[in-house]
Design a protein around this ligand. Structure first.
Ligand SMILES: [Fe+2]
Length: 206
């Protein structure tokens, strides 16, 4: 049987760091809700890749609809994994304003940290799932991109540095419909050291 020739290994969810259970204004129950979804995306990713491994590409046309469904779901699952891994990793800090190269980068591309924060907040208020600050390697600058779901609308060749989850599960337990207050709490818990370590790891020039 001709398969899609995937070679894959199952992955397992990363463990949450303990600080995530002690955030200021974002409850343990909310973090647990994110984690449950994240675990679901990891399982889904493994399941879909296993199914794709078994798809016979030499059979009749109807297989294409199956491939379509699996591949669309794969982007949702892997998007959900990546988005949440960023989210979990860069929370647990004391918020405030960044210093060093990440601060220079934000000031260069947005004018000020305040302007960046206001733009990301507005993007999060307008989005249906995510707002990201990402470094675009072709434009060589930061953008605050909008997301409606785990798989919309990232662009090629950009590296996310901040991932703001604005799905309802991110704030409803703690803030009901008051998304703006949740976004303020998100900023107050950002760990700038983690974000700065990514700027350095990816060798983003400031
Ligand atoms: Fe989430």
């Amino acid at each position: 049987m001709a398969t899609l020739a995937f070679k894959f290994e199952e992955i397992i969810p990363r463990e949450l760091k303990p600080e995530l259970y002690e955030l200021d204004g974002i409850s343990r129950a909310t973090i647990e809700a994110h984690f449950k979804l994240y675990e679901g995306y990891v399982n889904k990713r493994n399941e879909i890749l296993q199914k794709l491994d078994g798809v016979d590409t030499t059979s009749a046309n109807q297989v294409y609809s199956e491939i379509r469904a699996l591949k669309v779901d794969l982007t949702f699952a892997i998007g959900g994994i990546k988005n949440h891994e960023i989210y979990f990793e860069h929370l647990g800090g004391g918020g405030g304003d960044p210093t060093g190269p990440i601060a220079s980068l934000i000031e260069r591309d947005f004018g000020s940290v305040e302007a960046w924060r206001a733009d990301l907040k507005a993007t999060g208020m307008g989005g249906r799932g995510w707002a990201w600050t990402a470094y675009d390697w072709d434009e060589q600058r930061l953008f605050n991109y909008i997301g409606d779901a785990q798989n919309t609308f990232p662009v090629w060749n950009a590296t996310p540095l901040v991932a703001l989850d604005v799905y309802e599960h991110a704030y409803f337990l703690d803030y009901q419909t008051d998304r703006a207050s949740y976004i303020d709490a998100f900023f107050a818990n950002l760990d700038w050291d983690v974000i700065a370590s990514w700027v350095s790891k990816y060798q983003i020039q400031t």
